[in-house]
Ligand binder design. Structure first.
Ligand code: GLN
Length: 487
């Protein structure tokens, strides 16, 4: 492998500007790496080499002319395969969209192309982003680059594993209940979910619209901050998008955090957290103390309800969002139906996988008359209490820390037959989506088997700059990011 592929986007940009490598060469080196490891990790649903090379050529022309390069120009990036890139397939890892070709670009895609970022591939995911292990893909499970017998985490497993395997420098994922932060933690990289509304979801296949956010994966905090800056901003095509100016997220990375208050979430350091993960969080606490921050223990009493609330609201919303896949308008249509109703039911029965069907049934049940008040409405009321819990603790602290997951990556197949065990994997991440606040997972050490551990940091809404500041300080004090999976 070309050693430059292990480096950050910041360093790759320097190499491009110093003419040590051209953008076309960088993209070609990335495809060489993909050829080398893709049969082992299975991170991609499709490659978009033509698009990537076309963009890279434009970058080289700009460099040759001495023109200024936009942020991240020439840096190879992967899109999760639930985001539209015109002319390429967007499958959401579902049979029902297996042959669906995007007729338009997502807003994030437009922004990346305007910044001359070469898009090299569409990453595998859990079908319609429903899952925590990337085993729910209709095409293939994804393998963790640190240990091929383990899951990469989900649902953005392909996006995370591709960056960890150096098949790309950057990638994008979507996070509805932890789908960026969990795989980042399992794959030993940085993964960040922005404030709800910070990044446009136009052109993202909707799962649960009141929770979905798009966010960056990278090997360093600085790269993640730069990528967020490129994709953020108001978009009239997404009615939930926030009309607030985008900050320069890299400007305050190295700000002093002396005197800042950091809360450790008590409920997420309790039973179920492994000793290795606890040790990693203790190290984070020590690091922050040494940097002059004050550490306090805080309690979020509603946290124990978050999984229950999420699995009512997320399934209710997905049952509505996925109603559009009926064989009439998009993708797959069954053969030999007797009538319209038969066509709908056969198409959906054949097109959706078992986890997606389970979610649609749960959500339809929670929304049905007679149960709506008992389930959906109650869950909405509880969601408000979760938000109020965060508001209360953020009056006292600037940030919260916890493990991203109580454990490290588990073996492929270990939780596949037990949906409840799988759902519980997200205990630490889901409440940030319910509250709409930003969260990040950064590399924080390794367990006794050498699997990565993630530190989660949360800040109040729109405090992305603080989130990156706290993350960068920990990263620079500990250097875990320098270790790359040996694949
Ligand atoms: N694991 C959670 C689920 O299965 C979250 C998924 C996500 O964030 N997209 O719903």
């Amino acid at each position: 492998m070309n050693e430059l592929l292990k480096k950050s986007a910041t360093e790759q940009r320097k190499a491009l500007l110093n003419k040590e490598i051209s953008a076309v060469e960088l993209v070609n080196a990335t495809f060489d790496r993909i050829n080398e490891v893709e049969n082992k990790v299975k991170t991609f649903n499709s490659l978009t080499k033509d698009t990537a090379l076309k963009t890279a050529k434009e970058v080289d022309e700009k460099i040759a002319k001495g023109e200024e390069l936009p942020l991240l120009a020439g840096i190879p990036l992967v899109l999760k395969d639930n985001m539209n890139l015109v002319g390429s397939k967007t499958t959401a890892s579902s049979k029902i969209l297996e042959n669906f070709v995007s007729p338009y670009n997502a807003t994030i895609t437009e922004k990346l192309l305007n910044n001359l970022v070469p898009i090299v591939a569409k990453a595998n995911l859990d079908e319609f982003a429903m899952g925590s292990s990337n085993e729910n893909s209709a095409f293939s499970e994804v393998h963790n680059p640190w240990n091929l017998n383990k899951v990469p985490g989900g649902s953005s497993g392909g996006s995370a594993a591709s960056v960890a395997a150096c098949e790309a420098t950057l990638s994008l994922g979507s996070d509805t209940g932890g789908s960026i932060r969990l795989p980042a933690s399992f794959c030993g990289i940085v993964g960040m979910k922005p404030t709800y509304g910070r990044v446009s979801r136009y052109g993202l296949i909707a799962f649960a619209s009141s929770l979905d956010q798009i966010g960056p994966f990278a090997r360093t905090v600085e790269d993640a901050a730069t990528l967020l800056q490129v994709i953020s901003g108001y978009d009239p095509k997404d009615s939930t998008s926030l009309n607030v100016p985008v900050e320069d997220y890299t400007k305050s990375l190295n700000n002093d955090i002396k005197g800042k208050k950091i809360g450790v979430i008590k409920e997420l350091m309790a039973e179920g957290v492994t000793d290795d993960v606890k040790k990693a969080i203790d190290l984070a606490i020590d690091t922050y103390k040494q940097l002059g921050a004050e550490i306090v223990e805080v309690s979020l009493p509603t946290l124990k309800y978050s999984i229950g609330i999420y699995y009512i609201l997320a399934t209710a919303e997905c049952s509505s969002n996925l109603a559009r896949f009926d064989g009439v308008r998009y993708g797959y249509r069954c053969e030999g139906a007797d009538c319209l109703l038969d066509m709908y039911t056969k198409t959906r029965a054949e097109g959706f996988g078992p986890e997606v069907k389970r979610r649609i049934m749960l959500g339809t049940y929670a929304l049905s008359s007679g149960y709506y008040d008992a389930y959906y409405k109650k869950a909405q009321q509880m969601r408000r209490l979760v938000k109020e819990d965060f508001d209360r603790v953020f009056e006292k602290v600037d940030a919260l820390i916890s493990p991203t997951c109580p454990d490290t990556a588990f073996d492929l197949g270990a939780r596949a037959e037990n949906p409840l065990a799988m759902y519980l994997t997200d205990i630490a991440t889901i409440s940030a989506n319910l509250a709409g606040i930003p969260g990040i997972s950064i590399p924080a050490g390794f367990d006794k088997d050498g699997m990565p551990i993630g530190l989660q940091i949360l800040t109040p809404q729109m405090k992305e700059a603080d989130l990156f500041n706290f993350s960068y300080k920990f990263e620079q004090a500990n250097d875990f990011y320098k270790q790359v999976a040996n694949l």
